[in-house]
Design a protein around this ligand. Structure first.
Ligand code: PLP
Length: 400
């Protein structure tokens, strides 16, 4: 009888072994587990709208199912959706993307993933401004690249052209931008964005602009897309967009990438051999999202505006906390170092103890590259926000 070697432990590939698990997913799971045990949880962890997907979008999905639109589509998405994305950018930003410069993806995350893995070679440097969405450096690592972090605390998390310039080396291949930002909610002023794009163009550096929160900018801020920049600043740009936040469609998994045809061609190759098309029914729903009535977007924005105002005021009153004003997205990102002490050493400890003692979920800043801060998502009802802030305050008063 032959003997076979025992297989233990699983031989994870080198690049994947270097990746970190998602801190935001861990926070979500912790909240779920606590809720399942019957606790009354205040959840500021979720990075997704608490609103239901608008009815007209759901109806479009039902119609698509009944019409038998349930088969494979082109890997890069149905023509109607790609056309609707092109028309949206033309209407809003005056930019004429061509059909071979757009592709539909399974969420904005897949757009970022496609863009990064098609560009980076092992050892290439990828600039990631701090604080960053947890996924950015991990995709660069997956591709064999080297994330190079840019500190932005001195400018209250608003990236400057000088900070980018100081981080560039001969190995720099890519810069990942994200405005409005998850987790800080900060929005890069358009003129500053443009100067960074000019520098990238001068140095031949590619840029991924993650615009998943594009439409969530609060007055007097302005919605700005890198798509509105002149063509000579866009040849090395990939925009990653999403339906998840704008239309409360996180579970449907639809997003898109806009880039020069050479880049989208490479991304199509990767997507065609991995996931193929985004869900066909969700694609038809996304056509309705972009071309149908837009009132739901302004209603959600109005609600976020009210919650944000209330939350920012309330955070000012909490001892030990300091919070920059977030101009966009639906996150506040306070500095909680004033609450840390020898028992509560890090913002991760802060989040963990807040969960245990007050059944309230926030996400520690370490996973976003900003230890000392916590992310508070206000994509939850005003009632939950008010109750949760009461609990955070009680907690902070104990430790500050
Ligand atoms: C900055 C950023 N980019 C991309 C995504 C991914 O969104 P999607 O659901 O479209 O994959 C998220 C989701 O939290 C995000 O915060």
């Amino acid at each position: 009888m032959k003997t076979f070697p025992a297989m233990s432990p699983f031989p994870v590939s080198e690049n994947v072994a270097r990746m970190q698990s998602s801190a935001t997913i861990a926070a979500m799971q912790a909240a779920q587990a606590l809720r399942a045990s019957g606790a009354n949880v205040c959840d500021f962890g979720a990075g997704e709208p608490d609103f239901d997907t608008p009815a007209n979008i759901k109806e479009a999905a039902e119609k698509a199912m009944r019409a038998g639109r349930t088969k494979y589509t082109a890997a890069g998405g149905i023509r109607e959706l790609n056309r609707a994305i092109i028309d949206f950018y033309k209407r809003e930003f005056g930019t004429e993307y061509q059909p071979n410069e757009v592709m539909t993806t399974a969420g904005g995350k897949q757009a970022v993933f496609n863009a990064v893995v098609t560009l980076l070679n092992p050892g290439d440097e990828c600039l990631v401004p701090k604080p960053y969405w947890v996924t950015f450096p991990e995709i660069a690592v997956f591709a064999g690249g080297k994330p190079v972090f840019i500190e932005t605390e001195e400018t209250n998390f608003v990236l400057t052209v000088d900070q980018v310039e100081r981080a560039i080396t001969p190995r720099t291949k890519l810069l990942i931008m994200n405005s409005p930002s998850n987790p800080s909610g900060r929005v890069l002023p358009p003129a500053q964005f443009r100067r960074i794009m000019e520098l990238a163009a001068e140095r031949g550096i590619y840029v991924v602009s993650d615009e998943c929160y594009l439409r969530f900018v609060y007055a007097p801020g302005e919605v700005f897309s890198a798509a509105s920049l002149p063509a000579e600043l866009r040849s090395r740009l990939c925009i990653a967009g999403s339906f998840s936040k704008t239309y409360a469609m996180t579970g449907w998994r639809v997003g898109y990438a806009l880039a020069q045809a050479g880049w989208t061609g490479a991304m199509l190759k990767v997507q065609g051999h991995s996931t193929s098309n985004a869900n066909s029914i969700a694609q038809w729903a996304a056509v309705e999202a972009l071309t149908g009535p837009q009132e739901s977007v302004s209603t959600m924005l109005g609600e976020y505006t009210a919650r944000r105002a209330w939350l920012l005021n309330a955070l000012k009153e909490i001892p030990g906390m300091k919070c920059n004003e977030p101009e966009g997205a639906f996150y506040a990102f306070p500095d909680v170092r004033g609450c840390l002490n020898k028992d509560l050493k890090t913002s991760e400890d802060f989040a963990q103890r807040l969960l245990e003692e007050e059944h309230t979920v926030v996400t520690g800043g370490g996973g976003f590259g900003a230890e000392g801060y916590v992310r508070i998502s206000y994509a939850t009802s005003m009632e939950q926000i008010q109750e949760g802030v009461k609990r955070i305050r009680r907690f902070a008063e104990k430790y500050a």
